[in-house]
Ligand binder design. Sequence first.
Ligand code: IVH
Length: 673
Amino acid sequence: MPFLSEQMNPEQRINELRELLHRHNYNYYIKNAPEISDMEFDALMRELQELETQYPQYDDENSPTRRVGSDLTKDFVQVQHKYPMLSLGNTYSKAEVAEFYERVKRSLNDEFEICCELKFDGTSISLTYVDGRLERAVTRGDGEKGDDVTANVKTIRTIPLLLTGDDYPREFEIRGEVLMPWEVFEELNRERAEREEPLFANPRNAASGTLKLQDSTIVAKRKLDAFLYYMLGDGLPADGHYENLQKAAQWGFKISDATRKCRTLDEVYEFIDYFDVARKNLPYATDGVVLKVNSLRQQRNLGYTSKSPRWAIAFKFQAERALTRLNEVTYQVGRTGVVTPVANLDPVQLSGTVVKRASLHNADIIEKLDLHIADMVYVEKGGEIIPKITGVDTDARFLIGEKVRFPSKCPVCGATLVRNDGEAAHYCPNDSECPPQIKGRIEHFVSRDAMNIDTIGPETVELLYNSGLIKNISDLYTLHANDLFFLPRMGTKSAENIISGIKESLSVPFERVLFALGIRYVGATVAKRLARAFINIEALMAADVNALIAVDEIGERIAGSVVDFFARESNRNLVSALQAAGVKMVLEDEVVEGRTDKLKGKSVVISGVFEHHSRDEYKSMIEMHGGKNVGSVSKATSFILAGANMGPAKLEKAQKLNVPLVGEDEFLKMLQD
Ligand code: IVH
């Protein structure tokens, strides 16, 4: 793929690769939004590694080759791994597998077995068990230390909290992969689409995003799963890795059946070939096969490089891809004005579905691909919901078509597009007149978690807008049933339903109205926080960036967006019109009443079982009194609202960090005083 010029001098190329890898590392680990495939990432990394070995004079201790990505999040307690969590070397061809096999054979100079397993595409986890109890669950982090996500992991049903049997070592670690099965992933994205929340690109991102949630009750609802594949510690039951896993299965761990001990290279190939086909019907994502020397003694003999074991390797499956013709690139304008290029393709069969359209993401990607109309392009699905174009078959270019150029004007309204510094997206700034933006905003306004006007769906919005009956959100409230009868396919009943749906929306609380306004970055949770902090729209409109960032969990990005929104006259007019129509622009009395600052600045962890109120009730009490409910104990925790049977790990951590425990009665008294 002609992404980069290969004719540069080595120093330039090394710098270019480092910059690229830093950026993709950030996209992958921090933003959870990779722009290139793992295979492309690995290829760039390898090229850099080779150049660095060849030209040590350009060494840099901050080179991307010096680190494994990090998923450290600031709100979790960080824990040092007893044994570092290394990654595996990747291979993409059987020839490379053969090289690995021969290398092992030469080094050991003895008979050996290879344990073949699936490479699960989730997020890795390290579990520590002491006396048969789950003590701690830690993410990989930077390989040296990870986040303590025990509370979240405990919600995963397939991870045993207590082991069965009595022949497990007193203390050991077991590692595995936390996964989100396809079915759960698809359902989650369906729900998110309905709520207009950003979709997860693939089950891996969904699983790692879920493990990092602060609220383990949400984690519990997400139905994660886990396979365990690696045991560490002293006094393990057997010398064989495979045999240890079988034992672990008896103790209650979920171990994959797709595990096989092989004695020859041909048997290894057989395993790979079989699962390259069979994986397509598995309920969860896999992206390859892991090959491990089975004997632990032999593993110790082979040892490690600085980054990965010499006794194991991953073979990555080719992402499924198809070659087809690019007919046209069209541009979609979303509700926030972002312009997304879409490739229209000759229909092609790919992993069980027919693909006609693929995302091109943004102008940079089009440029990098050097795309021309009529090009033969590679389309990949690779675990992602929307297929993407990953390359061009330049050899198939007989007659070169017109170069694809990202437009400088909005394809719908003609306004000059804008691109903010540091952002990849172009957007149309004409938010008050550009039809798809207006229609998108109305659709958002009526959606379930916003004003919940369920008698108006996207088709009705289209109809109302195209007929000229509504030009913006507030026009909804001036509609009469009589206006609607003239519309095609509109009966008396549906017209009346629409009007009554709009009327009912007048009782929707302020916090949801605020979400319904569609301010960029103000999702349902942020809207709730803002509504509670400012109580009415006037106070919110008068707030400057400083007043906004003083609110818990509101950062500069959100604050800036809120200020920008209300700085526009059209938005202020919209608010007045909605207010005049009777839409709620102030928090209800029962929410306002009883609000205090008694817990202001306090981070409170809720743990255990309670007598007087439910957990959810305690959670809203904490918020009502200005405090913040957090999921796990850290140095920053002010106190733990402790019920009966509080988890031993939390208790121990609280003692270690000197975090006070407050009982149920004491807590209620605190709020009364
Ligand atoms: S063994 C030292 N086995 O792949 C070896 N890893 O690049 C430890 N993975 O971080 C890993 N399936 O998240 C192993 N059957 C399997 C695996 C597996 C998926 C992941 C794991 C690891 C990464 C290695």
